[in-house]
Each structure stands twice: as C-alpha cells, then as structure tokens.
Write a protein that binds this ligand. Structure first.
Ligand SMILES: C[S@@+](CC[C@H](N)C(=O)[O-])C[C@H]1O[C@@H](n2cnc3c(N)ncnc32)[C@H](O)[C@@H]1O
Length: 347
C-alpha cells in the first residue's frame, strides 16, 4: 500500500464529506489520516490492499464496510454514535469504537473492501423530475423510460414518489416515499400531463431488490449521519418489492442498442442516467454519443427521442441537469443540482 496515496485519499474524502453534509464522516476520515500516519489499526487493515486508493474510493469502502457491521448489529458500541442506528453523531466518541471494529473484525471487513461503493440515491429524482416533465410537455407523448447504470432501479419509480420541492408539490401526497429538496429559481413544468408507457434499466452490476444482502450493501454506503437517506432508500425498496421495475445486468451500449431498436410510434423514448457518465471510458462515452446522434437524426414528432442527464460537471460539487429532445434542439441546460439531490436551482 502506498501510504502517501492512502493519506491523500482520506484527506480528499474528508473534504468531500464535509462539503456534502456529513460532519461525522469528515471527522472519521481526518482521524483515519492520523491513524495511518501512526501505523494504527486502520493502517494495519489496509496494508495488503492492492490498487489506487483514490480512484477506488477506498475510504468509502472502509466506511461502508464498517457501517455494514453496525447495521448488522455487530458493532453495538459504534451504533451508539451512528444516527442511522439511532446514535448521537458524536465523532469524538465514535472514533475509538470505530477503531475497535477495525481492529477486532478484520476478517469480516477485508472481503467487503473488494466492493466498489454502490449507491442508488432516490433523492436524485428531484432533479430528474423537472427534466422528465419538460420532455413530457415538449412531446405530449407517453414516456418510454430507459435508465442506464440504474443500480437497483429505484429511480425508475420516480413517478410513484411524492415531491415537496421548496414551494412546489408534485405527485401523490400519500405516496409511500416523499422526497423533499430545496428548490431555487423558476418553477419546472410541474403541471405538465405525464404518462409512462414503460420503464426498464440496466446496470453492469445491479443490486437486486429481492436480495436482503444486496439491499444491505446499498444501505451500508449511505453516510451514517444522514439517516433520512436510509429511510428514503428503505421506502423505495419496499415499493419496488411490490412492483419491481425491469432491471437487466448489461453494459449500457449493447443494452441500449437493443432497446432503442424497438418500434417507438407514439412514445417519447427517454434515455437517462445519474452519477454514471464519469464511470465510463472515453471510448464508451463516444460510442453512446454516436448511438444517440443516430437516433436523434431519425427522430420525428411521432417518434421523439430524449436524453436526460444528472451528472457532475468538472467540479465534483455540482450537478448539471441537462436535456436534449429530438427532433428539435440539441441541448438544454435546465438547472443545477446537488450530488445527493438536496438542492436544485432551476433556470
Ligand atoms: C454511482 S452508481 C449510480 C446509480 C444510480 N444511477 C443512482 O443515481 O443512484 C453508478 C452505477 O453505474 C453502473 N455502471 C458503470 N458502468 C456501467 C456500464 N458501462 N453500463 C451499465 N452500468 C454501468 C455501476 O455498476 C453503478 O451501479
């Protein structure tokens, strides 16, 4: 293990956690840095781990593995300080309990460090909603939703959630999952009529909502002082278990080539993704863009094609909400968002 790279990874992660509203994890990452410098239990846990700790998001893997022990009831002392387990978010008290888990539960933690952090953040639907509504208003047609990199497929259910977005409301007030976000700027097309023709998604490595172990993995990667995200995830999983969206294990390009080849008279095909594009190699991004250009060129008012994205710009702190609808314009930048969907500014 390259110690300097590990230190840099924890330092950056501490900054990221602070920026995205997790003071508990920010402090644990700062303490982790000190532990690595002092060759403490965390340094010993990671000594044989191979890879680039920064690009592999190793700090998030460690935090996720330890959080999983807490959620499984295997770390009761640490649970007292993890709000997702009813604890108090006291970082000073959490740190020794955290180190104790690292020191004593090494055998259970090490295999979990092989997992790439996996999330399915349902509050991203708050930003996606405005883009879908815009496409519905522009085309006046039912939406055929196709999500790439959909994880467990929970964001395929966006139309079944209720939303309170600043002063705006959308969806049923009694929907089992209510999403709240801060909303600044203009109103989106909240009164646009919208209907869904069908919904399906693919992921290279999907989480299966019917598997308790897979759901636990998604839960574990939620930050332990953000219990509202855990509540939302669980509500979305409960909904999906009653009416599961179609999720296939596949790479985005071949899957979309097949899906977009289906006849599409009288529907608006909507391809969308969130927190996905940055995981692709440049060649894969180019190939997807070429596929979209091909379908854009063939789109007609009866067979429109939309590309919706909720992705980081060059600064990791900001999300750009972008939409293209063909035939017609090439691209509209309709808003800015927060990586976990907490805040939206609509243009
Ligand atoms: C950070 S997660 C985001 C999941 C979901 N879109 C969300 O916003 O919560 C990124 C997902 O992209 C998937 N992924 C990465 N490359 C892919 C590819 N080439 N094709 C399909 N899925 C891919 C990963 O497996 C992972 O589940």
């Amino acid at each position: 293990m390259d110690r300097e790279a590990l230190l840099a990874a924890f330092r950056l992660q501490a900054g990221g956690c602070r920026l995205f509203d997790s003071p508990l994890y920010a402090q644990l990452c700062e303490r982790a840095e000190e532990d690595v410098r002092a060759d403490g239990p965390l340094a010993r846990l990671l000594v044989d781990w191979e890879g680039d700790p920064l690009h592999a998001f190793l700090p998030l893997r460690v935090l996720g593995a330890v959080h999983e022990r807490v959620l499984n009831g295997k770390a009761p002392q640490l649970a007292q300080h993890y709000p997702t387990a009813g604890g108090d978010a006291d970082a000073d008290a959490a740190w020794p309990a955290f180190l104790k888990v690292v020191d004593e539960q090494r055998e259970a933690l090490l295999p979990r460090l092989e997992n790439f952090p996996q999330t399915n953040e349902v509050r991203r639907c708050a930003g996606l909603l405005g883009l879908f509504l815009h496409a519905a208003r522009r085309t006046g047609l039912p939406l055929r939703l196709r999500e790439i990199g959909c994880s467990a497929g929970l964001n395929l259910q966006w139309a079944q959630y209720g939303y309170t977005l600043g002063p705006h409301r959308w969806g049923a007030a009694d929907a089992p999952l209510q999403i709240e976000a801060e909303w600044n700027g203009a109103a989106a097309d909240f009164d646009a009529p919208v209907s869904i023709e069908s919904r399906a998604g693919c992921d290279l490595d999907p989480r299966r909502i019917e598997s308790d172990a897979d759901v636990r993995t998604l839960e574990a990667f939620i930050w332990a002082d953000q219990p509202e995200r855990l509540t939302q995830l669980r509500a979305a999983v409960a909904l999906a278990r009653r009416d599961p969206p179609r999720v296939e294990q596949a790479s985005a390009l071949p899957w979309l080539e097949r899906e977009l080849a289906e006849p599409a008279d009288g529907v608006c095909r909507v391809v969308y993704h969130s927190a996905f594009w940055l995981y692709l190699e440049p060649e894969e991004q180019d190939a997807l863009r070429a596929l979209f250009a091909e379908h854009a060129a063939r789109a007609t008012p009866h067979t429109p094609f939309a590309w919706v994205r909720h992705e980081n710009n060059a600064s990791i702190a900001e999300i750009e909400l972008r939409l293209s609808v063909w035939p017609g314009d090439d691209e509209r930048h309709l808003g800015m968002g927060h990586p976990h969907g907490r805040r939206i500014t609509w243009f």
